[in-house]
Design a protein around this ligand. Structure first.
Ligand code: GDP
Ligand code: MG
Length: 165
């Protein structure tokens, strides 16, 4: 079984950029499953000989909006339920946002898979500086990456997949 890596995070943090980078290889495309997925994109990545499935979640909103459990919230929960590993992306340039805190709270409560906190857009920034404020999300040591430039991405995926044969 290929492990499934699910990318979550508020809009604009770089989930799709990371998805594209991870799935760029020749046999990357996996058909989206109509009806089942709506708001999720599936792709195949490869780490050395190890294939894995990557899931890009579109709009990610973990909390109820205006008293109603939104479709997005439902999608978010479905996505994390099918994860073997969750990569929670935040934006190191924008800094810690209220929505990051809400997603973190939901993940700490509901995620059964291990969560890797990746601080994106960190190119050209000192790792300790760009990650500092994200420790308060209490999801382990934040890992600085640049999805656009590729920095830190391989290390992140190696760590995330280390426990899978
Ligand atoms: P999503 O909404 O989470 O899927 O985010 P996108 O992948 O669409 O990226 C949102 C914006 O952030 C785009 O303008 C990207 O070019 C930009 N972006 C993504 N990754 C990086 C990065 O590593 N560094 C910088 N500087 N910008 C990035
Ligand atoms: Mg996107």
């Amino acid at each position: 079984m290929k492990p499934t890596v699910v990318l979550v995070g508020r809009p604009n943090v770089g989930k799709s950029t990371l998805f594209n980078r991870l799935t760029r290889s020749r046999d990357a495309l996996v058909a989206d499953l109509p009806g089942l997925t709506r708001d999720r994109h599936y792709g195949q990545g490869r780490l050395g000989e190890k294939p894995f499935i990557v899931v890009d979640t579109g709009g990610f909103e973990p909390v109820a909006k205006e008293g109603l459990l939104s479709e997005m919230a439902r999608q978010a929960r479905e996505a994390i339920a099918e994860a073997d590993v969750i990569v929670f992306l935040v934006d190191g340039r924008a800094g810690l946002a209220p929505q990051d805190k809400r997603i973190a709270t939901m993940l700490r409560k509901e995620a059964k898979a291990p969560v890797y906190l990746a601080v994106n857009k960190a190119e050209g920034m000192r790792e300790a500086m760009v990650t500092a404020e994200f420790h308060e999300l209490a999801l382990g040591d934040p890992i600085a990456i640049s999805a656009e430039h590729g920095e830190g991405v391989r290390q992140l995926i190696e760590d995330a997949l280390a426990k899978f044969p």
